[in-house]
Design a protein around this ligand. Structure first.
Ligand code: AMP
Ligand code: GLY
Length: 422
């Protein structure tokens, strides 16, 4: 069996690592992949957003299954193109991926399905948006409607900050066309949680709960990033809460999509706020979360190839999804200057003999004449596994201390917030 993984980050390295353990003994390809995957997969020099290039590669090589990591190829319709060409692909088509690509679409589907989410209004006109913010008061949340690489959301504690966010998006057009339409949302208070599910039409199976740490600095301070670390599973999440999330979010959402003729196939990520009134949806992503996936997949006992095939064949219910006991924690090592202006080209050392029960997933790395160097903002995700979060944390940070590159930035508190009793 030949499997192609699309993407080049830590999430995709984790996918390649997990797929490589399959009983199907697949030959793996990664496009474009990264140096960390080299021992597991053949790297293919085709960009993740080059849909035609990926399609011709998959056709020529007779790829049996393509697994898509990032959102951009999904928005560009990679799944539609592959399916139309008779190629098996794990990832939603363009219409279904709008759940991530358009916040206004996601809100509309949630409204029709009766899914709990923040109250909101959508604006294309700056003065109407200003007037609304004035009426609602602060704190309030301003979101660029389209894809803005995780930067389009402002949680504004005060009215001037809210007005500033509207101007940045609609007047200065910092996010381009993605910010011409804004969604203004009620501020929700609670604990954030990520839950991913494998989805085939109306059927779904939940993966372990996880928690991302989006801010750069300890104590959730500093600018927002693509994610500085993750834990799985979240200790305060029990099966009763997961059942509520399944029955109030996933089941009605998938029923509504099916009703409106959208067939979702792939992984669906729900970003949730667990409020006093229960879980409310902050966002959907049409793909695996990064860095959540790096913590979740090491705890997945089931064969990921079987699960991806079950999504394609619609046999998800008959395919067991079993997790290992214990916990995992992923700590992101980022470059100096991240997230604004990451410095690249720094030699990376210390990856040779890492402690037991740790894994290192590459993201921004490059091979420079046999020397591994940094190449981007988020460089590595270092994952520790253990009987509990405490042990997983100790292992992850032990490995973190052994890995070196100039300007290495990381948070020392990944998982501490997750352990707090709610
Ligand atoms: P999003 O990209 O929509 O997940 O938003 C990025 C981050 O902004 C989330 O992870 C939350 O921390 C925060 N956020 C988004 N929407 C809200 C909301 N309605 N209330 C409070 N915080 C929010
Ligand atoms: N960890 C959040 C995301 O993948 O969007």
């Amino acid at each position: 069996m030949k499997i192609l993984v699309v993407g080049s980050g830590g999430r995709e390295h984790a996918l390649v690592w997990k797929l490589a353990q399959s009983a199907h003994r697949p030959h793996l390809y990664a496009a474009p992949g990264n140096p960390g995957m080299r021992s597991l997969a053949t790297l293919v020099p085709v960009a993740a957003d080059d849909i035609e290039g990926l399609l011709s590669f998959a056709r020529e090589q007779k790829i049996d299954l393509t697994v898509v990591g990032p959102e951009v190829p999904l928005m560009l319709g990679i799944a539609d193109r592959f399916r139309a060409a008779g190629l098996r692909i794990f990832g939603p088509n363009r219409a279904a991926a709008q759940l991530e690509g358009s916040k206004a679409f996601a809100k509309e589907v949630m409204r029709r399905a009766g899914i709990p989410t923040a109250h909101h209004a959508t604006f294309t006109d700056l003065s109407a948006a200003r007037a609304y913010v004035q009426r609602e008061g602060a704190p309030i949340v301003i979101k660029a409607n389209g894809l803005a690489a995780g930067k389009g959301v402002t949680v504004a504690p005060t009215l001037p900050e809210a007005r500033q966010a509207l101007e940045t998006s609609m007047e200065q057009r910092l996010y381009g066309a993605a910010g011409d339409v804004v969604v203004i949302e009620e501020y929700l208070e609670g604990d954030e949680l990520s839950v991913m599910a494998l989805v085939a039409g109306e059927r779904c199976q939940l993966l372990l709960s996880a928690q991302d740490h989006k801010q750069l600095l300890d104590g959730d301070q500093g600018p927002n990033t693509g994610g500085m670390g993750a834990v799985a599973p979240v200790p305060w999440v029990d099966s009763a809460l997961l059942e509520v999330i399944r029955s109030r979010v996933f089941t009605p959402l998938l029923a509504e999509l099916t009703r409106s003729g959208v067939d979702y196939r792939g992984v669906l990520y729900a970003g949730l706020m667990i409020t006093r009134e229960g879980p409310k949806v902050l966002e959907f992503n049409a793909r695996f979360g990064d860095p959540e996936t790096q913590a979740v997949l090491p705890l997945l006992q089931s064969d990921l190839v079987d699960l991806c095939l079950a999504v394609a064949y619609g046999t998800l219910e008959q395919t067991p999804l079993v997790h290992e006991p214990g916990a995992a924690i992923g700590v992101v090592l980022a470059s100096a200057g991240y997230p604004e202006k990451p410095v690249s080209g720094q030699p990376i050392t210390g990856l040779e003999d890492l402690p037991l029960e740790t894994l290192v997933f590459h993201a921004g790395t490059r091979d420079q004449g046999g020397q591994l160097v940094t190449a981007g903002g988020r460089v590595l995700t270092v994952v520790g596994q253990g009987a509990d979060l405490e042990q997983a944390r100790a292992r992850a940070y032990n490995a973190v201390e052994r890995i070196h590159f100039s300007g290495k930035q990381f948070r020392r508190d990944i998982g501490l917030r997750s352990q707090r009793i709610r």
